[in-house]
Design a protein around this ligand. Structure first.
Ligand SMILES: [Zn+2]
Length: 168
């Protein structure tokens, strides 16, 4: 279930799966929950799959979490936005909008299911834990570092053999 899914788009920014750039860290550090006999959620394991913004010129300091369960593959059960900085940071960052980027909230452009609100409540509990927030911040930094390395590598690889381009 940790195989990388398609890129998720939200607003103007592209979000890429953390596991695609950091395949060693992601499988062991992705938060999952196991649900049994919950009143509003089917039994099963749910992975809270992190996606980060792949624009290195953007420092939006947030995560897009897509909730998957192995039974349905990469079908999104919920798409959640969360920023770990203070609300004021996002107000300045967004500049033109006073939309609260901090969240967590269900992404209005993301795929949701009828269980999305319940999964959002689970996630809201998770981010009450400072250790989990610290992990998300660390993942954001690791992701950007990997992205920088990958893009430098691509540029270097392109130089000797022209015509064989990257995939973007
Ligand atoms: Zn961004």
């Amino acid at each position: 279930m940790l195989a990388g899914g398609p890129r998720e788009r939200t607003g103007a920014m592209a979000m890429a799966a953390f596991v695609n750039l950091c395949p060693d860290v992601a499988p062991v550090e992705t938060r999952t929950i196991i649900v049994r006999d919950h009143a509003r959620l089917p039994d099963g394991e749910y992975g809270f799959i992190e996606h980060y913004c792949d624009d290195l010129h953007c420092d939006c300091r947030r995560v897009l979490v897509v909730v998957w369960t192995p039974a349905t593959g990469i079908k999104a059960w919920a798409t959640i936005n969360y920023g770990w900085e203070e609300t004021e940071f996002y107000r300045k960052w967004a500049k033109v909008s006073d939309e609260d980027m901090k969240g967590p909230f269900l992404d209005p452009l993301g795929v949701q299911s009828r269980y999305a609100e319940v999964l959002l409540a689970f996630f809201a509990k998770m981010v009450e834990d400072d250790a989990y927030i610290a992990r998300l911040k660390r993942h954001y930094a690791t992701f950007r570092k990997a992205l920088r390395t990958q893009r430098r590598g691509r540029k270097a690889a392109r130089r000797p053999t022209r015509g064989e381009g990257g995939d973007s």
